[in-house]
Design a protein around this ligand. Structure first.
Ligand code: MN
Length: 289
């Protein structure tokens, strides 16, 4: 017999701010106090949906460093171009995902793609930060540009479906390579759909409602930019949608190591943070060409 994961809490965005001049975000953790209960996930920003006028200049965030974790960008509307000091570059379009492993360190920029900037339009993305285990924090950076075509879909109900970006659902595996067990499911339900999603016992988990109205294991989430955190016990969740709804379902094996974080660096100790800052300052994370 399977048991449901318990809803620990339901939260709205803790802060709303701009990242650079391209990403008007609602932060769904950790600014609202949700943090260790969703380890190995560190941060989630929901950008937009926001309209941008046509512009000759590309909006976005100019070069900045990261070390010790991964940034995962999921495109819903609009397109983003990435370029980093490890020599990787790519543009993602609606349905695509960029899974960027900063590991030992990169300097990168994240800009609205040129063609999007020129035409203007509605922009909507999610950026999720995933922690790395200590053993691989200083490994080489990696870039996975994952196209919509590479992401398999699992049918959940009459018209409900989940795109499996990372991890596995009902035997269907997602394309993202991860360093610890992580599930990232992009879920769409129509009004009236009821869906059951199997998640691993022992994983921390959360459901992020981008838009819509669902009852999740008996708890209501409605509107935009809401998150429900879930307990480690239990193997599944049920979602009943009363409106068309878009969600991200996240689960991951907890990384039971100390976390020391400062801005764009997430390490295990204060000393490693100081080292990260020095390495960035002295150019050891590289430069953009
Ligand atoms: Mn970044």
């Amino acid at each position: 017999m399977t048991t449901q994961k318990k809803v620990l809490g339901v939260y709205g965005a803790g802060s709303e701010h701009w990242v650079g001049d391209g990403f008007p975000v609602r932060n769904l953790f950790p600014s609202n106090g949700v943090s260790s209960e969703i380890n190995p996930f560190l941060m989630l920003d929901y950008a937009g949906p926001s309209y941008f006028d046509p512009s000759k200049r590309q909006h976005g965030v100019g070069q900045h460093p990261h070390r010790g974790f991964e940034t995962v960008t999921i495109a819903y509307q609009g397109s983003v171009s990435h370029r980093d000091s490890a020599g990787n570059a790519g543009t993602i379009y609606p349905g695509d995902v960029q899974w960027m492993t900063a590991a030992s360190g990169v300097v990168h920029e994240e800009m609205h793609a040129k063609e999007f900037a020129e035409k203007g339009g509605t922009f909507e993305m999610v950026q999720l930060w995933v922690n790395l285990p200590r053993a691989v924090k200083m490994s080489s950076p990696r870039y996975q540009g994952i196209t919509a075509e590479q992401i398999p879909t699992v049918t959940l109900s009459a018209s409900g479906k989940a795109r499996i970006i990372a991890g596995e659902l009902n035997g269907v595996k997602g394309p993202a390579k991860t360093f610890s067990p992580v599930n990232v499911f992009d879920v769409e339900l129509k009004a009236g759909d009821a869906a059951e999603i199997a998640l691993r016992a022992g994983h921390n988990a959360a459901a992020v409602l981008l838009k819509g109205s669902v009852v999740l294991n008996g708890s209501q989430l409605s509107g935009e930019a809401r998150i429900a955190t879930l307990g480690r016990e239990g193997e599944n969740i049920t979602l009943v949608a009363s409106e068309d709804s878009k969600l991200l379902v996240l689960s991951g094996e907890p990384i039971n190591e100390p976390v020391a974080s400062y801005g764009p660096f997430v390490m295990n100790t204060q000393e490693e943070l100081v080292q990260a800052f020095e390495d960035y300052k002295s150019g050891r994370m590289g430069h953009l060409a």
